[in-house]
Design a protein around this ligand. Structure first.
Ligand code: WQD
Length: 337
């Protein structure tokens, strides 16, 4: 079974390619290397022994997308990761995000709708919930006005897929990630933030390694137990495995809806201070940090109700916050060595 993974050299994409290969799928990656490096291919091969096929294509080039699907008519499923994903950057440059995240999605779907049977998995995000009313968050929670153009591209992307699946042979699963962290236990692949990390965990591990002076904690005046914001931090390998299970669900097509949505989290919320404590525990280091003002657009709390993912998809996150943090720290030390 041949599977196209767009953005397959990225953080979540590369971990998913490993799990797909472990399950015997033949993988072809399309990635324009805008937020990763070709060395990730070696990392994948070092883990699985197989180098996935790879083509450097920018999915914003419609003719290149058409040509790709003309040359690869035997693709049984597509997992679509390729997108820009920095919340802050999306506020500064919305059109970059709408062009990259929406037009690329449309061009891929236009190819899939021509096939007699198409299986499509979409990388979405809990950000579509904004600040949800009720914790833990279920899939039928109201979608709020997204907190950023990045989040809006995920919400609009879901709508585009849903509308298209209704009138084509495309079957889709929308996976709403909470906060992916950590790295493959082999430390052969992991998160490669370019420049100053926007996300909490890579900033922590870089600070722990001495690359950053201290962590700025964005606010301790939230209505949470310790005043810092709460998120659901999920090990990226757990997340990757969910994609394989979702693909197998689509391929088996046993009485499933045309479009299904699943929250992918651990079901447990952790505050920023708890994440810092988990780093200090697994590294044995004291993390220098200071409390500063809240970050624009941040929400107080988000963690997943995982019942549907556990009971319908048949997937459950296995790793603890500490195990995920330990893998992130191991990766940081590896890439700096
Ligand atoms: C987590 C918590 C910050 C950095 C976003 C997107 C989501 C996904 C992950 C792409 C927050 C605090 C952070 C720092 C801090 N996107 N923080 N100091 O904002 O929950 O989610 O990234 O994959 O779709 O919405 O993740 O890691 O940026 O922040 O105090 O230097 O850590 O305020 O409470 P976020 P994050």
């Amino acid at each position: 079974m041949k599977v196209l993974v767009t953005g397959g050299l990225g953080f979540i994409g590369s971990h998913t390619v490993v799990e797909l290969q472990n399950e015997g799928f033949e993988v072809i990656i399309v990635d324009n290397l805008s937020n990763t490096s070709l060395s990730v291919l070696d990392g994948i091969k070092n883990i699985t022994g197989k180098t996935p096929a790879y083509e450097n294509i920018d999915l914003r080039e419609k003719d290149k997308v058409q040509d790709f699907f003309k040359r690869h008519t035997d693709i049984s499923g597509v997992i679509h990761f390729a997108a820009s994903k920095a919340v802050g950057e999306s506020v500064e440059d919305p059109l970059l995000y709408y062009e990259n995240n929406i037009s690329a999605l449309i061009y891929v779907l236009q190819q899939l709708q021509q096939k007699p049977d198409a299986n499509f998995i979409f990388s979405s995000s809990c950000t579509v919930y904004g600040q949800a009313e009720k914790m833990p968050i279920t899939e039928d929670a109201e979608l709020q006005q997204a907190m950023s153009p990045y989040g809006n591209t995920k919400a609009v992307g879901e709508e585009i897929i849903t509308d298209t699946a209704k009138v084509t042979n495309i079957n889709a699963i929308l996976l709403r990630y909470f906060n992916p962290i950590g790295s493959h236990p082999s430390a052969e692949i992991g998160e490669l933030p370019i420049g100053v990390p926007q996300n909490l965990v890579p900033f922590i591990t870089q600070t722990g390694f001495g690359l950053r002076k201290e962590l700025a904690v964005y606010g301790d005046d939230y209505p949470t137990p310790d005043g810092t914001a709460v998120r659901d931090y999920i090990h990226v390998v757990d997340l990757a495995k969910a994609h394989v299970i979702a693909l197998q669900r689509l391929l088996n097509k046993k009485n499933i809806a045309k479009v299904e949505t699943f929250n992918l989290g651990t079901g447990t919320g952790s505050s920023v201070l708890e994440v810092i404590n988990s780093f200090e525990k697994v590294s044995g280091k004291k993390l220098p940090y200071k409390i500063v003002g809240r970050r624009e657009g941040d929400i107080t709390s988000a963690y997943a109700n995982t019942d549907k993912a556990n009971n319908v998809l048949g997937w459950k996150a296995q790793s603890t916050l500490e195990e995920a943090m330990a893998s992130a720290w191991k990766w940081e030390q590896k890439i700096r060595s």
